[in-house]
Design a protein around this ligand. Structure first.
Ligand SMILES: NC(=O)c1ccc[n+]([C@@H]2O[C@H](COP(=O)([O-])OP(=O)(O)OC[C@H]3O[C@@H](n4cnc5c(N)ncnc54)[C@H](OP(=O)(O)O)[C@@H]3O)[C@@H](O)[C@H]2O)c1
Length: 248
């Protein structure tokens, strides 16, 4: 029987994978046999996750780098090139999420949000394309946010909302150009996530859950499952698409 979710030997970079949703996405691909690249800004934290993954028998390396720094992105690319020679799946998950009211958002806060959440993703896509295009069913997944579409529940600020909306335009806008190289690009739009699947968290935010079709908050595993589908051989004809996970 064909194994559609088999990622054996596929090289997967998940940015911002030292904790939260990115960690769970990285583990989901590792469980399916992928070679994982863990990323975050802090060297020790990256190393800790690499140690945990190695302890579980996963194929893993770590690259500590700030994706909002264009020079550091060049370094990520050259390390992946030297180590593997290619990349199969790029998951742009790292983001800055800080609340600020309109009157308190300085130009600096705007620039920080856009540098990481938008330009970081743009630079990674641009620089990784040559490593992706040699592959079979290569793909890019951008993690956006429900805040970009339904900002009603969000305590995130317009700088975050705009940066996550820009990712949706980037996803659709690049689908044709990348498609010419056989690279698929899609976005996952998480609702407000109960990251640890914690019952107390569910209770605390039940008013948000009540506004979803399913009356529950998605978990990190739900987000990871959407990524597995979009990167898999089940989705070889899907590109330029954005999938909301959370039932809005
Ligand atoms: N949580 C939610 O309810 C929710 C809802 C909708 C969308 N999302 C999206 O889902 C993604 C993950 O969210 P999360 O809540 O899991 O985030 P999180 O817990 O804050 O984790 C963020 C991860 O990204 C890393 N990171 C942050 N800035 C970075 C940078 N400049 N370069 C490299 N790594 C960086 C962090 O490590 P270091 O700090 O050590 O660098 C960490 O590993 C984000 O894109 C977020 O916008 C989340």
């Amino acid at each position: 029987m064909k194994q559609y979710l088999n990622f054996t030997e596929r090289v997967v970079l998940v940015t911002g994978s030292t904790r939260g949703i990115g960690y769970v996405i990285a583990e989901a691909f590792a469980e399916q046999g992928a070679k994982i690249i863990i990323n975050g800004r802090v060297k020790n934290t990256v190393q800790k996750v690499v140690d945990i993954f190695e302890g579980k028998g996963y194929a893993v390396i770590g690259i500590s780098a700030d994706i909002g720094d264009a020079g550091a992105v060049e370094e990520i690319v050259s390390q992946i090139k030297n180590r593997f020679g290619h990349l199969d799946i790029l998951i742009n998950n790292a983001a800055l999420r800080q609340w600020n009211s309109l009157e308190n958002i300085s130009d600096e806060i705007w620039e920080d949000a856009l540098r990481t959440n938008f330009f970081g993703v743009f630079h990674l896509i641009k620089k990784m394309t040559p490593l992706l295009k040699q592959r079979l069913n290569p793909s890019i997944i951008n993690i956006s946010s429900i805040a970009a579409l339904r900002p009603l529940f969000s305590q995130t600020g317009i700088h975050y909302i705009v940066s996550k909306g820009a990712l949706l335009s980037l996803t659709l806008g690049l689908a044709k150009e990348l498609g010419e190289d056989g690279i698929r690009i899609n976005a996952v739009i998480p609702g407000f996530v109960n990251k640890e699947n914690d019952e107390n968290f569910s209770k605390k935010y039940s008013s948000i859950a009540d506004q979803t079709f399913l009356k529950k908050l998605p978990t990190s595993v739900d987000i990871a499952n959407a990524c597995l589908f979009l990167a898999s051989d089940l989705a070889t004809a899907v590109s330029g698409e954005s999938i909301i996970v959370g039932g809005y």
